[in-house]
Design a protein around this ligand. Structure first.
Ligand SMILES: [Zn+2]
Length: 291
């Protein structure tokens, strides 16, 4: 009697144990908040995400806190964007987690040079490459594809779960891409440009046929001469949008916007609210087209 009860118990327990192992989450580490959002879009409830850069922190001068290094030590995989930021930080993080699987999610993304030099730490393989690949939905589609490919290999039991979430993610990015294209077409051809303090939208500009003009010069506040040069460019192009970002000064942007009769729009490309920031960008373009 006892023996039968025990075998029954085992029969019940074994499938439970297997199911439990299969339901373990994957702990993924990423550098920036928007990457965390994109990983969660594709990985849904299957992933725990550790983000190296806390909300509001500036990657251009960042020092990792011990608590973040500790959280990183639990990660099974690190999704790198292959940027200079990762090149600078990763050895320190890897010292706390030698087993972490490093996967490059920027694979097949064509990097471009930054128009302004001296970007510093978060530059790419060399400092001249523009690291801001996550601000363009067209590039995020590639990031999402690489994330999907990696997750389905790491967690093949939940293949169909990832297929569903990846599909929703791509539909969303496709929709936003269309919205940008439609907004750009409605802008007067002459005004298809924007000014931004820190050049965070270079890929977005390139992918959707816009022109980006940065206020910052070599990572610093512009000199009066630089300002007047930029105002002239803005006048010539009838630029109607000036983007500012919370990590950087707004003073020069205000001077320029006032002169051009342009609207100042605050977006935060480093925030986790990837969709919200993208929407603000699209709405700013739409306003120019409606005028
Ligand atoms: Zn930057």
């Amino acid at each position: 009697m006892h023996r039968i009860a025990r075998s029954l118990l085992l029969l019940v327990l074994i499938p439970v144990a297997i199911a439990f192992a299969g339901d373990e989450h994957i702990t993924v580490a990423v550098s920036l908040q928007p990457y965390a959002t994109i990983v969660k879009m594709v990985g849904g409830a299957r992933v725990n995400v550790v983000t190296l850069l806390p909300p509001g922190a500036d990657p251009h001068n960042y020092e990792p806190k011990p608590a973040i290094i500790k959280a990183f030590s639990l990660a099974q995989v690190y999704f790198t964007d292959g940027s200079g930021l990762d090149k600078a930080w990763l050895p320190r993080f890897m010292a706390a987690n030698k087993k972490v699987n490093v996967i490059d999610i920027s694979k097949s993304i064509e990097w471009m040079k930054l128009e302004h030099e001296g970007h510093g730490l978060h530059g790419h393989h060399d400092d001249e490459l523009d690291p801001h690949i996550w601000t363009s939905p067209a590039r995020v589609k590639i990031l999402a594809m690489n994330i999907f490919e990696a997750l389905k290999k790491l967690d093949p039991e939940h293949f169909s779960y990832y297929v569903t979430h990846y599909g929703i993610t791509q539909d969303f990015l496709e929709k936003k891409s269309r919205e940008i294209n439609e907004a750009v077409i409605k802008m007067p051809p002459k005004s298809r440009s924007f000014i931004v303090f820190h050049p965070s939208y270079g890929y977005l500009a390139k992918d959707y046929k816009l022109q980006q003009y940065a206020i910052e010069v070599n990572g610093k506040e512009p000199k009066p001469r630089d300002l007047s040069k930029l105002i002239q460019i803005g006048r010539k192009n009838e630029t109607k949008i000036v983007f500012v970002q919370p990590q950087f000064s707004k003073r020069a942007a205000q001077t320029i916007a006032k002169d051009l009769g342009a609207k100042i729009v605050e977006t935060d490309p480093l925030s986790a609210d990837f969709a919200g920031n993208l929407q603000k960008f699209i709405d700013a373009l739409k306003q120019v087209g409606e005028k």
